[in-house]
Design a protein around this ligand. Structure first.
Ligand SMILES: Nc1ncnc2c1ncn2[C@@H]1O[C@H](COP(=O)(O)OP(=O)(O)OP(=O)(O)O)[C@@H](O)[C@H]1O
Length: 289
């Protein structure tokens, strides 16, 4: 499924939060949305999964206007892993994951054997077998997140929206979740904070700042030291991991570069001589060579 967002604007209480946002998500691609806190990533996703109604503009799913679709029709097309689940569910893990099959049921229809098998298989895939009868409310943050991704995935849609999906997950489960999503080859739009995760899994990246898209392109075009400095105000070294050829980002202590790494630059303590430096992990300091 391809997604087109055209001239999307969204305001709350006269404050414009999304300012004329336009982009496409090509069919089958994994597009990441990065940007500082408060830049509008979640708000953009919420407009696409219809929690918010755009003030103006259009969102098309395979050329079909999203605003004209019925809720149930929409739930067969878009699955969502939202950032915070404020509702205090008093449901079991199995009951929550089963809800993902709801769009396929008519009013009085019960879940079929196939539905239950899908739920069971998905719980295994996210490492939650034996959790079916556990109460959702007393799961750990990571177990909750894995329950909610299982619910989104049994919905079996062509389009998946993820709002910081690796929140609460340890590195093992972060990679497991991203691998699982990637293996589905469905169109995915995901807000993501971790630059290394973004570079490992995304095909394209959207950079948001102050409610606008400041950059959209392939990962290698978007993640640069310059972008990280301009958008997030941080110094970073962007290299290439020789094993998988993906970009790798490591962040550095705050100091000003004049002509880039390894050239003339000034340190915050006023040192301005020409030199090279490295990060000594034992002293945790930038040291001169
Ligand atoms: N319901 C709301 N009422 C008022 N302001 C809101 C509302 N929702 C979002 N905002 C504001 O809109 C801006 C964008 O918020 P949003 O949650 O989309 O940012 P984000 O990029 O997802 O941030 P984060 O990285 O912190 O999750 C922020 O300034 C936020 O305070």
């Amino acid at each position: 499924m391809k997604i087109q967002v055209k001239n999307l604007r969204f305001s709350i209480d006269k404050k414009e939060i999304l300012k004329d946002v336009s982009f496409n998500v090509p069919k089958g691609s994994f597009v990441g949305v990065i940007g500082p806190n408060g830049s509008g990533k979640s708000t953009l996703l919420k407009n696409i999964y219809r929690l918010y109604k755009p003030s103006s503009g259009e969102i098309l799913l395979d050329n079909k206007d999203l605003s004209t679709m019925k809720d149930k029709e929409c739930a067969k097309e878009i699955a969502v892993l939202a950032q915070e689940s404020s509702s205090q569910f008093d449901f079991t893990v199995e009951q929550i994951v089963k809800m993902g099959r709801y769009p396929y049921k008519s009013i009085f229809e019960d879940y079929s054997k196939e539905d239950l098998k899908m739920v069971e298989d998905m719980l295994k895939k996210v490492g939650l077998d034996n959790y079916s009868e556990r109460s959702f409310s007393n799961l750990s943050g990571g177990e909750k997140q894995r329950t909610l991704i299982a619910r989104a995935l049994v919905q079996n849609t062509d389009f998946l929206i993820l709002d910081e999906p690796t929140n609460h997950l340890d590195i093992g489960y972060q990679i497991q979740l991203m691998d699982l999503v990637k293996s589905l080859n469905i169109t995915t739009l995901s807000a993501i904070h971790d630059m290394n995760m973004a570079s490992m899994y995304c095909d394209y990246l959207i950079v948001m700042k102050d409610g606008q898209i400041t950059k959209y392109g392939k990962v290698e075009e978007v993640i640069t030291s310059q972008m990280l400095k301009e958008v997030f105000g941080v110094n970073a070294y962007v290299g290439i991991n020789p094993i998988n050829n993906k970009l790798q980002v490591s962040f550095m202590h705050s100091h000003e570069h004049v002509n880039g790494v390894g050239h003339d630059h000034v340190h915050e303590d006023g040192f301005t001589g020409k030199h090279s430096h490295y990060h000594n992990h034992l002293t945790n300091k930038m040291e001169l060579v």
